[in-house]
Each structure stands twice: as structure tokens, then as C-alpha cells.
Ligand binder design. Structure first.
Ligand code: SF4
Length: 161
């Protein structure tokens, strides 16, 4: 059986979802329901559309402009098995992987998908905490985490942006 993910959409070339030109894949389905979320249409797990991992892989592979891929949402961690397979394949193309999630790093640090991600932007969007939000984040609680360094050193190491 072909492995699939349910997504809300794709932006082929983005400069605002991580460092460099990136393809953004928006996962469909989110349990966090942050107040004033910018993408509430991505909450419903039955909405959006399914795509095969193979199809997504080919779309990204044929885009010669990009430095990497960003998973956004929705929450990609709700479909982590499929996204894990996709990300492992994309990394073999030399692409780096960023991922946005409503979960904190501490909550998902032992998950499967985290092992295929280079940079994690973590935590829920807090509408009352947007002042002082860093570039590439929505609110000041969210961190831009270097996953490999953080796992190795057992403390949060953030990426400078
Ligand atoms: S985690 Fe992201 S997609 Fe989910 S409700 Fe919060 S801001 Fe919206």
C-alpha cells in the first residue's frame, strides 16, 4: 500500500518559513486549537486532501531552487510515521528540514519524526504573546531549536536567525 499524508496545501517557494528558499507542506489536522490561529482551516482531520509520499517527494525533488523543506500545519506530528519516511528521503537529496508544531520539544523529543528534523519551531501560538516574537515565529514562547545539538547536549540550543 502506498504511504500517504493528508495535507492542506503546498507552497513551492517560500522565504518566510525558515532560512532560505523552502517548499512548505501544510499538514491537515491539529488538536491544539490556539486562539486566533492563522490556519484554522487546517484543524479538521477529515478536511484537506491526501497525497502519496512518492508524489510529494517528486514535487520537491524537481524544484531546483530550494534549500530545504518546511513542514507546517496543522500539526505534522499527528501524522509522524508518513512524514518521517518523506523527510528521510528528502534529507538524502541534501535538503534540510524545518518543522512547526504546537507541541513543545520536551513533549516530542523521543518521537520518531524528531529524528528526521533539523530545526523545530515549537509550542502553541499565543495571541497575547506576539510582542518580541522572533523572526519565523508567531509568538515569543516559540523556540527555533537545533534538534541535533539539543538532543546531544540534552539542553535546548536555538538557531540564530
Ligand atoms: S498549533 Fe499551529 S495550526 Fe495548530 S492551532 Fe496552533 S497555530 Fe494553529
Amino acid at each position: 500500500m502506498k504511504l500517504k499524508v493528508r495535507i492542506a496545501g503546498i507552497i513551492p517557494d517560500s522565504l518566510t518559513n525558515g532560512i532560505g528558499i523552502r517548499t512548505v507542506i501544510f499538514a491537515q489536522g491539529c488538536k491544539h486549537h490556539c486562539k486566533d490561529c492563522h490556519n484554522p482551516h487546517t484543524w479538521d482531520f477529515k478536511d484537506g486532501y491526501e497525497m502519496e509520499i512518492d508524489e510529494l517527494y517528486e514535487i520537491v525533488k524537481n524544484n531546483k531552487l530550494i534549500k530545504g523543506v518546511t513542514l507546517s500545519g496543522g500539526d505534522p506530528f499527528e501524522q509522524e510515521d508518513s512524514f518521517y519516511v518523506l523527510c528521510r528521503r528528502l534529507k538524502r537529496l541534501g535538503l534540510d528540514i524545518w518543522c512547526y508544531t504546537g507541541y513543545t520539544f520536551e513533549k516530542i523529543k523521543d518521537s520518531k519524526l524528531i529524528g528526521a528534523i533539523d530545526v523545530l519551531v515549537d509550542g502553541k501560538f499565543e495571541i497575547n504573546n506576539t510582542f518580541n516574537a522572533k523572526k519565523f515565529t508567531g509568538s515569543a514562547n516559540q523556540r527555533i531549536i537545533d534538534v541535533k545539538k539539543s538532543v546531544e547536549s540534552r539542553k535546548i540550543i536555538e538557531v540564530g536567525v
